[in-house]
Each structure stands twice: as C-alpha cells, then as structure tokens.
Design a protein around this ligand. Structure first.
Ligand code: ARG
Ligand code: GLU
Length: 719
C-alpha cells in the first residue's frame, strides 16, 4: 500500500486527469521498478535511454551545480544542450557567479549579458558542474559482517570501508565519488562523477526578466519569469575540464539534450532529471504537527518581522533597495515556502490524515505477530522523541532565525570571535596580523553592503521576539536586562543604547580597533554590547541546545529509520520512493492546470498577461524599457501565443531548480525553477492534484535570446 494514496483517499477526493504518484526515483532502478508506470504516463523512451552505463543516455546530459569545495554538495541542476559544451540552468542558480562578475560599469544582473564571441565568455570561478558516470549499490560492501560489533566499532569500520571504496574511484583530478544513504540507511548507493572546473557564462537576461515580479510572484502561479542562464564548459586537449585555462576549448559532452520546437499540450507527459535536495515523505503525524506548529510557525513569525523592517526601509530609500536585495530575497524565499507549508498542512488536514494512516498501519502490523513485536512501539517512540524535541526545536528556530542568521550584523560579529580564541592562546604577531587583514576585508565588505540603521532595527525587532517568546534566564544573555534597565522595556531604545555603546555602529571606529589590536585590548571586544548580544546567541546554541538536540534527534533518527523499514516490509514489494538526498533522481508526471479551492488556473502563461501585469503595476512588475517597447509592437494575438511558463504535477523540490523538463521523447521543453505555493507541501506529502512545479518554456528562452539579447549566433548553436 502506498503511503500517499492512502492519504489522498482520506483527505481529498478530486478526480485526477492523469494518475501520478509522485516520487523522486533512483535512475539506475527505474528499469526494474518504474518504467512500466512511466510508459503508462506517456513516456516513449526505454529505461536505457534514460539511464545506462553502457551507452549514452539522458543522465549524461545532466549535471549538479556546486559552489563550495565539495563537488557533490549540489545546490541545483544544469544540462548540456549542445555538442559544443553549452549548458542551460536557471538564472537564480547562476546568480552568485553573475553577481561576482558584475561591476558598477558592467552590471550583468541589471543589464543581462551576452558574449558575442567565445573569447568574451566569462569564467565563473568557483562554479563546478558534475555529471554522474555511474551509480553503484555499495550496501553489501559497506554493511557485511557488522552485526555483533559495538556501535562505535561498527561505525568506524563502516566509515573506513566507505573511504576506501570512494578513494578507489577517484582516478583523475576531475573525478569525484560520493556515497549517500537511502531509505533511512537501508541502502547505500555511490555516485561517481566527472567534475567540470572550467565553466563560463555565455548569456543571461536582465534580472527584471529573469525574476519578473520578484518576491511578489515567488512561489506563485501564474508566473511570467525568464529564469534561465546559459553557460559553457571548457576542457583541455584531452577533453578534460580539470582547471581553468585560456588554452581550453569548448568541451565535447558525451550527450546533450535536443531542444523541442513543438512545445506541449495539456496532459502531455513531462519528466525531470535533477538533483533534489531533501524531502521528508515519511514523517509521522506527530512530527508533521511539529513542522506546522513549531518550525514553520516560528520561522514565519521571525522572518516576517525581519522582512517588515527591510521592506519599510526599502520603500523610502532606493539605495537600500539594492543593498538589501539579496538578504531580502533569501529570507523571503524561505518565509513564503514555510508559510505555504503551514497553510497546506491545515488546508489538507495532514496531521489528522497521517494519524488515521498510522492507525491503519498499526492494525496491519497487529495482524502479523512477529512484525508487531518488532515495530509495534515505533509510532509511540517517535512521538515521545518529538515531544522532547518541541522545546529544543523552538529554541533552535529562535536562536538561528532571530539570532545567528537574523540580522546580518549578528553573523558579522561572529567573524570577530576568532580574535577571542587568538587572545586566549596568546597567538603570535604574525597570526594576529593575518587576522587583522582578514577582518579589515570583512569590514570593508560589510559596511559597503549593509546599512547600520536597518541593522539596528532588525536587531531590535528580533531581540524583542526572542525575549518575549523564550522564557527562562538560562536561554538568555544578561544583556537582555538592559531592556528594562536602560530602555524602559522599549526594544528600539534598547538597540539604540547598545549600538551607541558599540564600535560596531561605526565602520571607522571598528577599523581603528582592528588596526590597533593587541591582546591586552580583547576586553574591549568582549564588553562591546552588540558583540555580546550576537555572541550570546552562538553560545546559547553551543552550550544549551546543540548537543541536547543532537542527542534526541539521533534517537529519533533511529526510530524513524526503523519506521521506514517497517513501511517497506508492509508494502510487500510495492515500491516506496526514497526521500531526496541530493543524488540524481528522475520524476515524471503530466502537464496540467491547477485547481485550487477557489479557482482553476491554466497550465501555461503568456506574454500578453506579462504586459498586463506590467501595465497595471509598473514598479512591482518592472521591465527593461526596450523590452516593453518591442513587445508592445507585437499584435495581441502574437503575445497571447507566446507562452512563457507552464506547470505540471512532476514531483520536485529545492535543488531541482535549473533541471531540464523533458517531453515523452526526452526533448527539452522547459526549465524547472519553482513550485506553486498551493502544493508546496509535497516535500512531506505529495498530492497530485495540488503539487505543481513551474517551468519556463524553452520557446520563451529563445524569444528572449533573439529579441532582447540579439544572441543570434547562440540561437543557431542551440536550435
Ligand atoms: N522559489 C524558488 C526557489 O526556491 C526561487 C525562485 C527565484 N525567483 C524569485 N522570484 N525569488 O529557489
Ligand atoms: N527554486 C527552487 C530551487 O532553487 C525550486 C523550488 C522548489 O521546488 O523548492 O531549487
């Protein structure tokens, strides 16, 4: 019995046009487990054409994007679209590269970018792409003969085996391997990747087109964004992309996606290959309740307060609009998602639905004495852990969201903590000099990008929330006493007071402190009230939350893992989908309209609607002037026929951004970049009638390239 069907029967009774059961499927297993269902949904390819290690397949055209040192820690997805190494992804997945390459003279975010010839393509330092070469089940190799060992020995043995297996695979510098756990640790699969280090930016639309409607439209359908960017991989003479070099030439990929010229119609098959981040399909009713009432509830409360401050300030000051664009977009993205999740849990009665499902699960278990003896207590044991976690999760949310990553200045203060450590161990001059240089650079960046007045207001708003919602002295810094002592209970006054008495309120005062720093001056930092408040959040986390929380979460994890095992045992071979874990997955479904409680929305949007939005609210829906001029010259009919975005019930999550959306023959029809808020709860419960991923139509991408960026050569190369 499949979990989600179970649920749906209870919660919603909508007739779905096309049967879809969601799930983020492991590509190497679809041949055995899923291909028939995919064919029923409309797929015209064989399993080998999607994933094969013997012949080129679609998986060879798909890559994970990473920015840090670990190439397998993917933040999003990209795909090859030409034999000359061209790659397509979302604008919002390449935005930090575009940001870094931009200067006030060449603002590629604002104006967009197009390299007219290859020598003008811009190296995106730090952006790596990784393609899966093969997936191997290493469960047996890792787990054989571990029973009977102590927990510690078993973990050590397991880890050293994993390291050996991975090391063996890393034959050249451009290879990487990663073992990930599936089904709560019942299975371990290794992905071996080829990593591309020389990636360059080829084209990107201006942000007004890429992020049309900004946060107003984020997570919304209908949508009209051109969220795409085009990159190119470069490689050496042996076609390896090991490092950036001027001598490199375009990489010749093993496979690339063919671009569809045809588009799609309602109910057509759609499929997505990508690197989804995390889903939690198998949480129990008790854990679901915690998500709504603790995690989402407080995250919405805190982020809402922070966004209010930023928005209020941005309204009256154009300069702040730019300075806080990034903080605001990041904060709002999670705020809107958490809010939508909370609403969906209530709208679809998901806690009750899960509880009912658990009752039936227990009835089923009871019919098998052995299974009941083994698993009968799990639901209660999980509930017990979650009970214990409630308080810690609330604390954690406050410390993280209102404290550590609340006001940018709080994280900035955290960077000064190293001085404390250096003073403690009386570090030598050379080390101190190095630290001073680092801090000077941090100061330069911070005070250029942020506004101390806005910071003060965020600190005030969040300190108030923290103080009023977290009881017990134990979880508070003594600095909160100042609210009464110095500010008559007024948090704005409190912030005024601590900033007035802090060198963090003034760039040059802080610079002076850093320039003149010697260990005997450390108490100046330690007693600085803004630093004290910031650091107290870190300390509360370190001393009073982190360890305690980890301990219970570990216990919870063990029960949760057993619960997943029990579900698959009960499923009698009926396949359960493994939660997303940043590995390559395939999901499929159909292009369908969205029916919410009150309304039905078409499965696609068009250029006429975009123009209407812009005309009605030009500031909110701002556009480049030349773009408006050129689309106004088109006939209404032509604008109506120019599709912009479309939706389907293909199951996706964060990390799937940038993923190619393919038709029944594996041709590129669009790029996934978002989900509609109504069904965003699909990270926990996939509801086919409500879940809609949002794509930008590849024909609109072509339109922007031709009409706005005048990228004719590029269009020729791709189409
Ligand atoms: N909601 C999308 C994701 O989770 C971000 C889409 C970017 N566009 C925007 N208007 N913020 O990353
Ligand atoms: N925008 C998200 C991403 O960057 C995709 C939206 C979602 O499905 O969560 O991956």
């Amino acid at each position: 019995m499949k979990l989600k069907f179970f649920l749906l029967g209870i919660v919603i009774s909508l007739a779905s046009v096309c049967k879809a059961d969601g799930g983020l499927w492991i590509p190497s297993l679809i041949k055995r487990l899923k291909i028939e269902d995919m064919h029923k949904a409309g797929l015209k390819l064989s399993a080998e054409e999607i994933y094969s290690i013997n012949q080129k397949s679609l998986k060879d055209a798909v890559m994970g994007i990473s920015y840090g040192t670990n190439p397998a820690s993917f933040s999003s997805t990209a795909s090859f679209i030409s034999e000359t190494g061209l790659v397509i992804t979302n604008h919002h997945c390449a935005i930090s590269a575009l940001h870094k390459l931009s200067t006030s003279e060449h603002n590629y975010l604002k104006n967009g970018f197009y390299a007219e010839s290859m020598d003008k393509e811009l190296y995106a330092k730090g952006l790596k792409l990784s393609r899966v070469i093969r997936i191997e089940d290493v469960t047996k190799k890792l787990s054989a003969g571990l029973t009977g060992l102590s927990e510690r020995d078993s973990i050590n043995r397991f880890n050293s085996r994993a390291k050996k297996i991975v090391d063996k695979e890393i034959t050249g510098k451009n290879y990487y391997a990663k073992i990930r756990s599936y089904f709560g640790g019942a299975q371990y699969l290794m992905e071996v990747y080829e990593v591309y280090h020389d990636v360059r930016v080829v084209a990107a639309p201006p942000i007004e087109l890429a992020r049309f409607g900004g946060e107003e439209d984020n997570w919304q359908w209908p949508r009209h964004s051109a969220d795409f960017a085009i990159l190119r991989v470069y490689a050496d003479k042996e076609n390896k992309s090991i490092e950036h070099s001027k001598e490199n030439s375009p990489y010749k990929p093993v496979n690339f996606l063919k671009v569809s010229k045809k588009g799609y119609k309602q109910a057509d098959y759609a499929m997505i290959l990508g690197f989804p981040g995390t889903t939690k399909q198998y949480v129990t009713s008790r854990a679901m309740k915690q998500v709504a009432e603790i995690k989402n509830h407080y995250s919405v409360m805190i982020r809402g307060a922070k966004l209010d401050v930023i928005n209020k300030n941005r309204e009256s000051n154009e300069d702040l609009w730019l300075k806080y664009a990034d903080v605001m977009a990041k904060s709002s993205n999670v705020y809107l998602r958490d809010k939508a999740e909370k609403e969906a849990i209530e709208r679809f009665n998901l806690v009750e639905a899960k509880a009912k499902q658990e009752k039936e699960y227990l009835i089923k278990l009871k019919s098998d004495k052995k299974l009941f003896a083994k698993y009968g207590n799990l639901i209660d044991s999980i509930a017990n852990c979650v009970d214990q976690l409630d308080k810690l999760e609330k604390l954690n949310t406050f410390v993280m969201e209102a404290g550590i990553s609340g006001a940018p200045i709080t994280s900035f203060c955290g960077k000064f903590d190293m001085l404390n450590a250096l003073a403690r161990r009386k570090a030598k001059d050379k080390r101190v000099k190095y630290e001073q240089a680092r801090l000077r650079e941090e100061i330069r960046k911070f005070y250029d990008q942020y506004d101390i007045n806005v910071e003060k207001q965020i600190v005030a708003a969040l300190a108030e929330l923290y103080d009023k919602n977290i009881d017990g002295k134990y979880y508070k810094s003594s600095i909160f006493n100042l609210v009464k002592e110095k500010a008559d209970g007024d948090y704005n006054k409190f912030a005024d007071y601590i900033f007035e008495n802090s060198f963090f309120s003034d760039k040059w005062k802080l610079r002076k402190f850093v320039d003149e720093y010697t260990h005997d001056k450390i108490s100046l930092l330690q007693n600085d009230p803004v630093f004290k408040l910031s650091i107290s959040y870190y300390l509360i986390n370190r001393d009073q939350i982190m360890r305690q929380r980890m301990k219970i979460r570990k216990k919870y994890g063990k029960f949760h893992k057993q619960y997943i095992h029990s579900l698959s045992e009960l499923a009698n071979g009926d396949l359960l989908a493994s939660d997303a874990n940043r590995s390559l997955r395939v999901s499929y479904g159909n292009i369908l309209p969205l029916k919410t409680t009150n309304e039905t929305y078409s499965y696609y949007t068009n250029l006429e609607e975009l123009l209407v939005k812009h005309t009605k609210q030009p500031k909110l829906y701002s556009l480049p002037e030349t773009f408006v001029k050129s689309i106004k010259e088109m006939s209404t009919k032509k604008r109506e026929n120019t599709h912009i975005c479309f939706i389907s019930n293909v199951h996706t999550t964060g990390g799937n951004s940038g993923s190619a959306v393919l038709d029944s023959k594996g041709r590129l029809i669009g790029l996934n970049f978002d989900r509609a808020s109504y069904g965003v709860i699909s990270d926990y419960v996939y509801i086919p009638e409500a879940a809609r991923q949002i794509s930008v139509d590849v024909r609109y991408i072509k339109f922007i390239l031709e009409d706005y960026l005048k990228a004719d050569n590029l269009v020729k190369e791709i189409w």
